[in-house]
Design a protein around this ligand. Structure first.
Ligand SMILES: *Cc1c(COP(=O)(O)O)cnc(C)c1O
Length: 358
């Protein structure tokens, strides 16, 4: 029999989470963000399952968008980073992609292009993130140029929050004020809300939401949130115990001998490692669930294995099922122990982990 590492993807949970996002802002439409292989869940199966009810999909680049088209997905696809080269424009027009436009050089390419059909553009406004987008002061002039541009059919304004996952942070209000002023002035449709803003910033709802991580049932917040509590985890990452060692007190476990048993311990070795995408920097104490019960990782994660404490789980042994995250263990709990966020855990799963869809 083969190695038991697997990621079970619960497509119904993703549908539930998408509906939950939309239910927050009745009347708004929502881009289902499926970039980075749908945050590790598989862009094509996720998009196929959502296709019947999704208003649009969101990806980072044209390669990801073309993958959806090749799989028969016909909805509009927003290119959240826009286009990187002028030669993408005819493809964008032909395929019905909606590019973000964040820089002057992209606008020049558009002005010079002659496209088979005009395209809608999501003009990105830099309200404080200082990563992509136009300064608010120049946006009216850019919109005027876009309106004069025969390759452009429609303009929507978008911006991205730096701190919407921190409900107490003043930054979101600053960004919201800068952006609201512009959309009032220009009378354009707009999009602001990533997952955290969908769940915590109703003031920011406009015509389009852009939920990403929440679709996959993971919370971007450190603290609890009434909407996040209703999310359903979309991935269960699991494996099994492949060996058990009785380790005397004083002996160490794993690379670097970093973990020393302070008592006689029963150590289980799990077929799961950083070669699968489980983070190497997961600390001793990171929760894992063995046969439905919580215990802890001990010692360093290796490429293909990790070790867990089974001392208090006498019923566990070779063949016991181990959940690394999923329905019994939120991925955000694991992320906290790894000094990271659920986004990285989900997106960094490697192709070695087979995905099964239910
Ligand atoms: C990735 C992304 C999102 C989704 O963010 P989440 O925090 O995962 O909801 C929304 N908007 C833009 C521009 C993005 O790049």
């Amino acid at each position: 029999m083969s190695r038991k590492v697997r990621a079970d993807i619960h497509l119904d949970a993703i549908v539930h989470n998408y509906r939950l996002a939309k239910a927050q802002a009745p009347g708004a439409r929502a881009v289902a963000v499926v970039k980075a292989n749908a945050y590790g869940h598989g862009a094509v199966p996720v998009a196929r399952r959502l296709a019947a009810e999704v208003d649009a999909f969101g990806v980072a680049c044209i390669e990801e968008a073309l993958e959806l088209r090749a799989a028969g997905i016909t909805q509009p696809v927003v290119l959240l980073e826009g286009f990187f080269d002028a030669d993408e424009l005819p493809v964008i027009a032909r395929e019905g992609f909606w590019p973000a436009l964040h820089s002057e050089h992209q606008l020049e390419w558009l002005e010079q292009a002659s496209l088979p059909q005009a395209i809608p553009v999501w003009l990105k406004v830099d309200t404080g993130m200082h990563r992509l987008g136009f300064e608010p002061e120049v946006v009216p002039a850019m919109v005027a140029r876009l309106r004069d541009c025969s390759s452009v059919s429609d303009v929507l304004l978008m911006t991205h929050f730096a701190c919407s996952d921190e409900p107490e942070h003043g930054m979101t209000e600053v960004q919201l004020a800068r952006f609201s002023k512009l959309i009032d002035e220009l009378g354009l449709a707009a999009s602001l809300s990533n997952s955290a803003a969908v769940m915590a910033w109703p003031e920011a709802y406009r015509q389009w939401l852009r939920p990403g991580v929440m679709l996959y049932g993971a919370t971007p917040f450190e603290q609890s949130n009434a909407v996040a509590d209703q999310l359903q985890p979309a991935m269960t990452l699991s494996s099994e115990i492949i060996a058990v060692r009785e380790v005397p007190a004083g002996e160490t476990v794993g690379y670097g001998a970093t973990y020393r048993c302070d008592k006689p311990s029963r150590i289980g070795t799990v077929a799961m490692g950083y070669g699968d995408g489980y983070p190497r920097h997961a600390r001793t104490g990171t929760p894992v669930v063995v046969e439905g019960q919580r215990t802890a990782l001990v010692g360093r994660v290796s490429m293909d294995m990790l070790t867990v404490d089974l001392t208090d789980l006498p019923q566990a042994g070779v063949g016991s099922r181990v959940e690394l995250w999923g329905g019994q263990l939120p991925v955000s709990d694991v992320a906290r122990w790894c000094d990271t966020i659920p986004y990285t855990l989900l997106t960094c799963l490697t192709p070695r982990v087979p995905r099964f869809y239910d």
